[in-house]
Design a protein around this ligand. Structure first.
Ligand SMILES: Cc1ncc(C[n+]2csc(CCOP(=O)(O)OP(=O)(O)O)c2C)c(N)n1
Length: 386
């Protein structure tokens, strides 16, 4: 960011801290590489064909997974699930920009990043189902997945709590002398929370190696963006904290990757945080109890459907002869088969043993937990003999 210099003898309060026209343009314009018809308008970031195909597969896996999970949720086979249909580009661009040791701190809809970064599909499902294979023994809040090995922090339903969490992780890594970068997600609704400001401010002041991505999907349940903020953009808020901030087409995975990768590199080299607004749309409902037809115009959703990030990327990959339309259809079938097989296997696994309720509660077993466990088992035994 371009800021005017503080002259010697002048306090920071007296100085004129300004951001440049370029900073403002980056935070209020719309960075785009692929247009809505899948045509490249600007230089494509350096990515091998293999990487591009992997990113496409990651987005497609997220989409298909969402469709299966929503069906299962409707049938009462999984608990709460919040989907990311239409928002896959930001999730996969960020996941691809990170190194394996970096951390991903999801908001509500970024579970497919965990799969992209190595969480086995069956473990993901075990967590969704809370079955005996679930490393958390079914105790995790519904719909929240996490992976220590893949450094995907378990989701928190508390909106915007991810901002201070991401900053804290990044700051801790910095204090330990590690080169770890953290990406933290937030929604447009989350930007009205205090945690948004605390996270950004601390990261900016202490140059924490963190990249914040706001999935501006236009709606926070039934609150439209126009009721969320009167600011010219969401990204421009970052400039007030002294954070380089960018507004990007959130359905353009190439533009998002380019901007997020730059931000990750900046963070890793000690140049502090960045803030990226991904302008996208929540194609589906907020969650299972929400009916968007009550508050939004179906024409709006239809217009965004035409900007679908997967279709756009698919058209470009086909035109570049990286992945033909037939190969895309075959990929869809293969991933769908994988998902169906994993669901069948994990649904056949029973619930965790009831005794596991008492495992890992405390580092050292206590007499109190022991007493509770004995009482619980006594009651269970009596009930099963009745
Ligand atoms: C601190 C807090 N306040 C309110 C809620 C209730 N709530 C759940 S989701 C949501 C809207 C979130 O909107 P946004 O941040 O834009 O994310 P999106 O759902 O669009 O992905 C709200 C208000 C909550 N979970 N946490």
């Amino acid at each position: 960011m371009a800021t005017s210099k503080v002259r010697s003898g002048q306090s920071q309060a007296e100085s004129v801290e300004a951001f440049s026209d370029l900073d403002e343009a980056c935070a209020t314009g719309l960075r785009q590489i692929l247009d809505e018809n899948g045509l490249a308008l600007a230089a494509v970031p350096t990515l091998s064909a293999e990487e591009l195909v992997r990113m496409y597969e990651g987005m497609l896996r997220g989409r298909l997974l969402d469709e299966h999970m929503l069906t299962m949720q409707g049938q009462g086979r999984v608990g709460l699930y919040l989907d990311a249909r239409g928002q896959e580009a930001g999730v996969i661009a960020a996941a691809h920009a990170l190194a394996p040791d970096d951390y991903f701190v999801p908001a509500l809809r970024e579970a497919s990043a965990a799969l992209y970064r190595g969480l086995p599909f069956r473990t993901f499902l075990a967590q969704m189902l809370g079955n005996a294979n679930d490393p958390a023994h079914g105790r995790q809040a519904p719909g929240q997945v996490g992976s220590r090995a893949s450094r995907h922090v378990i989701g928190s339903a508390s909106v915007a709590s991810q901002m201070p969490h991401a900053t804290g992780l990044a700051w801790a890594a910095r204090m330990r002398g590690e080169h770890t970068v953290v990406v933290g997600f937030v929604g447009d609704g989350g930007t009205s929370e205090d945690d948004f400001q605390s996270g950004l401010n601390f990261a900016a002041v202490f140059k924490a190696p963190v990249v914040f991505v706001c999935q501006n999907n236009q709606w926070a349940i039934s609150t439209p963006l126009s009721h969320q903020t009167a600011a010219r953009s969401i990204a421009i808020k970052g400039l007030a904290f002294g954070v380089p901030s960018f507004r990007v087409d959130g359905n353009d995975v190439l533009a998002l990757y380019a901007v997020i990768k730059d931000a990750v590199d900046r963070a890793r080299s000690g140049r502090g945080p960045s803030f990226i607004e991904a302008v996208t749309y929540r194609l589906g409902a907020h969650g299972p109890s929400d009916d968007p037809s009550r508050y939004r115009d179906p024409a709006e959703a239809a217009a965004w459907q035409r900007k679908d990030p997967l279709i756009r990327f698919g058209i470009w990959l086909h035109a570049e002869k990286i992945l033909t339309a037939d190969a895309q259809a075959a990929t869809r079938q293969r991933i769908d088969d994988e998902i169906r097989a994993a669901i069948a296997s994990e649904e056949a696994v029973g619930p965790p043993p009831t005794s596991s309720l008492f495992d890992d509660v405390l580092a050292e077993p206590s007499w109190l937990i022991g007493e509770q466990q004995a009482e619980y088992l006594r009651v269970r035994k009596r009930q099963s003999s009745q």
